[in-house]
Design a protein around this ligand. Structure first.
Ligand code: GLN
Length: 452
């Protein structure tokens, strides 16, 4: 614990944490030591976990990277927090993120950009950039993130760590501040697949406080890491391997596929014909949900209220204008537009139909194969500022990740070598709904490939 706290101090300039619980963490470590000595410690004893600052911890601020919630204290613990505490994990602090988890670079935080530890002139990805950096820079053993369109998998890829987004409904969202409720899932960053498996098991499972959490039993994920992929059918969606894909990323993925084939898996090309529409559908549906979810920040109940206002409308307008950053405002406006009378059918309803078609693409593919292998991100870590003024280019960072959220499927990103500049490349594995076991198993085999 002391070593982690010292490293955090040394690497403070990375801006991975918004808050560190120094004293509390040391006290927790002492009491867990005592339980270890007595033989009564929980399954995560000794794990030091960082928490994205969009997940509520009792009596702690939950800023969501936004001025509007800068001083807001949560009155209760999210379900995942309660479960980690019960398992004797130590929650070391809250990590930086794009405001309300909207972004792919962590440049949209009201509290400054987070730096990629591999190359500090580059972004760590986003929106869970602080959590990815916490693990990549050795500031925590594991971290919680959230993934609405790739916010765990993409920063994991750009920082060279493991990141898993479970199936929608696998992990309770109670106590997670909502961005797009039908897309959001909490998941895990770690250095190894087996650590991800351990943490995922603890946070998964039904929760009466979240009606969208599934009642299915939670498997022992660590036990599903058999070390073998023999007989598994791996699918390569041809729409993800177009000439537009960076050649170095493609070569890195192909290398791993070779290895998987030699290890007894079979490879098969499959088609996800509606891939071209994923970004459009995602940015229509998630902005619609966001515009509705973020209506609650109006100065009346949650967070910031503008000073010296004279009437109600002025209170709403000024509190929101001062409290939200540009990207959040852009999404609220887009979402309000696609839901408005006269445009609802053309955009929102059509987006929902496309979402269904994308789900059906996956259902068809999963009749032929057991999981899909794709790149996680179209590029490696880009320079800070490079895409910040071009929202559309930024949105295209999510081209390989948003489909899993549209379809509600589990996905994992694992390190897959580096490019010529030494920047990490991520490999993504997508699985059937509630079959996290298979993607973890494949990820584990890839991770353990002997290096020559
Ligand atoms: N980058 C995507 C977005 O900006 C995904 C965000 C997320 O998964 N929270 O919406």
């Amino acid at each position: 614990m002391e070593r982690y706290l010292a490293t955090i101090e040394k690497k403070n300039h990375l801006n991975a944490f918004l808050k560190v619980f120094n004293q509390e963490s040391l006290e927790r470590a002492r009491s867990i030591d005592a339980r270890l000595a007595k033989g009564t410690a929980g399954p995560l004893a000794g794990m030091v976990i960082a928490v994205k600052d969009v997940i509520c911890m009792k009596h702690k601020t939950v800023t969501c990277g936004s001025r509007i919630l800068e001083h807001f204290e949560s009155p209760y613990d999210a379900t995942v927090i309660g479960r980690l505490n019960d398992a004797d994990a130590i929650l070391i602090g809250k990590t930086n993120l794009d405001e309300f988890a909207m972004g792919s670079s962590t440049e949209n935080s009201a509290f400054g950009v987070t730096l990629n530890p591999v190359d500090e002139s580059r972004v760590p990805g986003g929106s869970s950039g602080g959590s990815a950096v916490a693990v990549a820079a050795g500031l925590a053993t594991a971290a919680l993130g959230t993934d609405t369109g790739g916010s765990i998998r993409q920063p994991a890829a750009l920082c060279g760590v493991v990141g898993i987004k479970p199936t929608y409904g696998r992990v309770s969202r109670y106590g997670l501040v909502a961005f797009a409720s039908s897309f959001d899932q909490i998941g895990v960053f770690s250095s190894t697949v087996s650590d991800a498996a351990l943490v995922l098991r603890v946070i998964s499972g039904h929760d009466p406080c979240d009606s969208t959490s599934a009642t299915l039993p939670v498997p022992d994920y660590a036990a599903s890491l058999t070390g073998s992929v023999r007989g598994l059918r791996l699918g390569l969606p041809k729409e993800y391997f177009t000439p537009a894909l960076d050649q170095e990323i493609k070569n890195a993925i192909m290398g791993k596929l070779d290895f998987l084939k030699k290890s007894g898996a079979t490879l098969k090309e499959v088609s996800l014909p509606h891939t071209d529409y994923t970004i459009a559908a995602y940015y229509i549906l998630t902005t619609a949900e966001a515009s509705s979810n973020l209506a609650r920040y109006d100065g009346a109940r949650y967070g910031r209220r503008a000073a010296e206002v004279h009437d109600l409308i002025e209170m709403y307008t000024r509190s929101r204008s001062e409290g939200f950053g540009d990207e959040v405002k852009r999404r609220i406006m887009l979402g309000t537009y696609v839901l408005s009378a006269g445009y609802y059918d053309a955009y929102y309803r059509k987006g929902q139909k496309v979402r269904r078609l994308i789900k059906e693409d996956f259902n068809r593919a999963f009749q032929e194969v057991d999981c899909l292998i794709t790149p996680t991100s179209p590029t490696t870590a880009f320079k800070i500022g490079q895409k910040a003024d071009d929202p559309l280019t930024m949105y295209l960072s999510d081209i390989y990740t948003v489909s899993a959220n549209l379809a509600g499927l589990p996905g994992i990103s694992i390190p897959c070598g580096t490019d010529r500049q030494g920047l990490p490349i991520g490999l993504q594995i997508l699985g059937r709904g509630f079959d996290e076991q298979t993607i973890l198993r494949v990820a584990d085999v890839v991770e353990k490939q002997p290096q020559k």
